[in-house]
Ligand binder design. Structure first.
Ligand SMILES: NC(=O)c1ccc[n+]([C@@H]2O[C@H](COP(=O)([O-])OP(=O)(O)OC[C@H]3O[C@@H](n4cnc5c(N)ncnc54)[C@H](O)[C@@H]3O)[C@@H](O)[C@H]2O)c1
Ligand SMILES: [Zn+2]
Ligand SMILES: [Zn+2]
Length: 391
């Protein structure tokens, strides 16, 4: 089959690889009808997250048609059914799965022993996301093997198109969880850093959950316009002072809740001197992540507020203002998304027309164009916001 394969830093190719097969009785094989490139894939593209190996198949946002089911998954899944595959592989039985903490499932990461050493405790298995999360081949491919398929799926009603359903596997629940983690109250002003696909979902979810006002921060006009169309007040960090504008918009109080939808690759610019220091340290391998957004959120957040961090961080960050965080009494919430915790509710909201996540798609191409689209998405060429691939 054809698949997008990681060969090294900034080197993704569309290769012919071995077709996946049932390896365990709980597996299923899915013919991928749609998949997407995620901001998290860019961190792998830039080799900022350790433990990718040449030959690894990329992709963790995908859906398709079930074509084969292992004996132990047959009661839950039938050939011909249409499913979204959550990016977190879940067993559904361990203590964390029973609590709904699916992204830290205790059984699905087949490299858990190594991950335990690196993180203290390993996380769930993830598709296409390094050998620290199990080294499972991803879904930017014609077919994918879904381990623990009896639990690792979201069934999609035929009335919904692929474009409406696809993001149930990653960015929609990620935006939702980030907003839920803010404990939004009707008087709350929520500020969102980053208006990529995840930020766009955060904005819409915060509004759905009743925020009084949402403020969106980025530097790309097309992303800020999309945020504005979704109901947010935009701030362009290249032409305005984020700190001054947030003070103005909140009557000097600061946003009650702050969402980091940027992650470890915060923009490097002369107006953000700490980002230059981070970049230098990154190049000398003294620090792995650029944490400008985290520092800015801690500085501007209203005392007793919440910092919700869906943005991905990989390792170590320096110059964290812990004194500010502690004395202002801020709450920090973060994590890979517990996708299936939110699926039923979000599927219903899509069916009822409360939200149609397909608004974020700007590019739809074939799998062969995938390698080129990684660059287009990374460089924000052609006003690219979200790429969907049809294998
Ligand atoms: N927690 C999860 O489960 C989960 C799931 C999906 C994605 N993510 C993460 O969410 C983050 C965003 O993903 P995406 O797909 O939207 O990626 P993206 O790269 O398209 O978006 C990031 C945006 O942040 C903006 N940005 C950079 N520096 C900024 C700054 N200083 N202030 C404000 N904005 C800034 C960029 O201009 C860009 O538009 C990534 O780190 C990704 O890995 C996490
Ligand atoms: Zn993702
Ligand atoms: Zn589990």
């Amino acid at each position: 089959m054809r698949a997008l394969v990681w060969h090294g830093k900034e080197d993704i190719r569309c290769d012919t690889v071995t077709d996946p097969q049932i390896e365990d009785a709980r597996d299923a094989i899915v013919r991928v009808t749609s998949c997407a490139i995620c901001g998290s894939d860019l961190h792998l593209f830039h080799n900022f997250i350790p433990a990718m190996l040449p030959g690894d198949v990329m992709g963790h946002e995908m859906m398709g048609e079930v074509v084969e089911v292992g004996t132990a998954a047959k009661a839950a899944l039938k050939v011909g059914e249409r499913i979204v595959i959550p990016f977190t592989i879940i067993c559904g039985e361990c203590e964390q799965c029973r609590r709904g903490n699916f992204s830290v499932c205790e059984r699905t990461n087949r490299n858990k022993a190594i991950a335990d050493k690196v993180f203290g405790h390993g996380t769930a298995g993830l598709f296409g996301y390094t050998h620290l999360t199990g080294g499972y081949p991803g879904g930017q491919a014609e077919y994918i093997r879904v381990p623990f398929a009896d639990r690792t799926h979201i069934k999609v009603p035929n009335a919904l198109s692929d474009d409406q359903a696809l993001f149930l596997g990653d960015i929609l629940p990620t935006g939702w969880q980030a907003a839920i983690n803010c404990d939004i109250e009707p008087s709350d002003i929520v500020a969102v850093w980053g208006c990529g696909p995840v930020g766009q979902m955060c904005i819409r979810c915060a509004i759905l959950l009743g925020a009084a006002q949402v403020i969106a921060i980025d530097c790309l006009p097309e992303r800020l316009s999309m945020a504005e169309a979704g109901g947010a007040v935009p701030i362009d960090f290249k032409t305005e002072s984020v700190i001054e504008r947030l003070a103005e918009l909140t009557g000097g109080k600061g946003p009650d809740k702050c969402i980091d939808a940027t992650g470890l690759e915060a923009h490097v610019s002369i107006t953000h001197p700490d980002s230059i220091l981070d970049r230098g340290k990154q190049m000398m391998m003294l620090e792995s992540d650029r944490a400008h957004v985290l520092r800015e959120m801690i500085y501007v957040c209203r005392p007793a507020g919440v910092l919700s961090i869906p943005g991905v961080y990989s390792g170590l960050v320096d110059k964290m203002p812990m004194g500010m965080l502690m004395n202002k009494g801020l709450t920090v919430r973060t994590g890979q998304t517990h996708v299936n915790r939110w699926s039923d509710d979000l599927l219903r909201r899509i069916e009822e027309g409360q939200i149609d996540p397909s608004f974020v798609i700007t590019h739809t191409v074939g799998l062969e164009d995938g390698p080129e689209m990684y660059r287009v998405f990374r460089d924000k060429q052609d006003s690219c916001i979200k790429v969907v691939l049809k294998p």
